[in-house]
Design a protein around this ligand. Structure first.
Ligand code: G6P
Length: 370
């Protein structure tokens, strides 16, 4: 590997900082000159085909799967087609209902993950159109898929994926908007509104990366713990699953990500005095419900840190021990911002524990065996 760390201590930190550029590059040429319409040059999926799709399967592994959770939700919300999510190693074995009217979206940074490639083949064998979201255009998955939406994150070296994940989110948002245009499920004004918000994301990430001291201090605090929990609802739940994976991968702290409302159905038994709970609370429509769940863990002694929009910080501070603000954006786009402090949290916790941040034990950048 000849890639350099560009002045950063680790590839992971470099790649976290490359996210604004990755967002811009992934949007480049895919929004028309008016800034109101998504264009996807080279897409083989015809408008007729897009209109005929009656179900969508999103299939991937690891971090790419987590991007798929957010992306598939965006498609379901904007396009109103049912979306199912599978980890690739399970997909084939549950006899999924795949027809020629199914669009299967496989997500893979490397394009070489064996389980994802096998899922792609299973889908094609059943007549589905397979669209790959991948970062490597010459990869096996890119070659075999019927369509490719490339993420333009540039080479990702650190085993723990960061800029590939966020670029996958951008690719999904573009695809969701494109399909909504074709099917007419969103008005041109609504599409333009989402695009405008997307175009602000790179700068918003830059503003978050300009001051990371508070998250570093918090990471040093949690590095002493062996167990912790993440909670969130809706898209926040999808994002905390990624935050929890990131933390496990490189800090080796055991963490679980829970749908905030599900905690009381068993896992609440594990909440004890002093245990850290990280609550992602950015989705306004369920904020009050998340606050109730925060109170449940607080009452059992948890030490709660919340991540929310600026306007909610003061309110949340009545229920939590500390709160971090992220910039304001549309609820649907929030994952492209809210994951950043979680990436930094994992990075600094790993650093504090003296781990090999870029090359965690037992893990490989891409897994080519099933
Ligand atoms: C490996 C990596 C993960 C990655 C997963 C899927 O397990 O360690 O970081 O998310 O593979 O990789 P892919 O290249 O298909 O996105």
């Amino acid at each position: 590997v000849t890639a350099e760390k560009g002045g950063f201590d680790h590839f992971m930190l470099k790649e976290i900082h490359e996210q604004p550029k990755a967002y811009r590059d992934t949007m480049l040429g895919r929004i028309d000159a008016s800034g109101r319409k998504v264009v996807l040059p080279g897409l083989k999926l015809t408008d007729d085909k897009i209109r005929s799709i009656n179900s969508i399967h999103v299939v991937a592994c690891g971090t790419a799967y987590h991007a798929g959770l957010v992306g598939g939700t965006a498609i379901e919300q904007l396009v109103r087609v049912p979306v199912a999510f599978d980890v690739a190693s399970e997909y084939r074995y549950r006899s999924p209902l795949i027809t020629p009217e199914t669009l299967v979206i496989v997500v893979s940074q490397s394009g070489e993950t064996a389980d994802t490639l096998a899922a792609l083949r299973e889908a094609q064998a059943n007549g589905a159109h397979v669209l790959a979201v991948t970062n490597v255009v010459g990869s096996s998955i890119a070659r075999d898929a019927d369509d490719v939406i490339a993420t333009l994150a540039g080479p990702e070296i650190a085993v723990a994926s960061t800029k590939a994940y966020t670029s996958q989110l951008i690719a999904f948002y573009l695809l969701a908007l494109y399909m909504a245009q074709v099917r007419g499920t969103k008005s041109p004004e609504e599409v333009a509104h989402v695009i405008a918000a997307m175009q602000s994301l790179p700068e918003q990430v830059e503003s978050m990366l300009a001051n990371t001291d508070a998250i570093k201090t918090y990471a040093e605090q949690i590095a002493k713990h062996e167990h912790l929990f993440f909670i969130g609802r809706g898209l926040d739940y999808a994002v905390v699953q990624e935050g929890s994976l990131k933390l496990k991968e490189i800090s080796y702290i055991h963490s679980e990500a829970y749908a905030a409302g599900e905690l009381k159905h068993g896992t609440l038994a594990l909440i004890e005095e002093g245990i850290p709970v990280i609550a992602l609370a950015t989705q306004d429509s369920v904020l009050e419900k998340t606050v109730s769940n925060i109170k449940e863990v607080k009452a059992r002694g948890a030490d709660v840190m919340a991540i929310t929009h600026e306007e909610h910080v003061a309110g949340l501070l009545r229920s939590v021990d500390q709160a971090f603000a992220i910039p304001q954006t549309l609820p649907l786009l929030t994952p492209a911002l809210s994951v950043v402090p979680l990436q930094l949290l994992a990075y600094y916790a790993s650093l504090e524990r003296g781990n090999d941040v870029d090359k965690p034990r037992n893990l490989a950048k891409s897994v080519t065996v099933e």
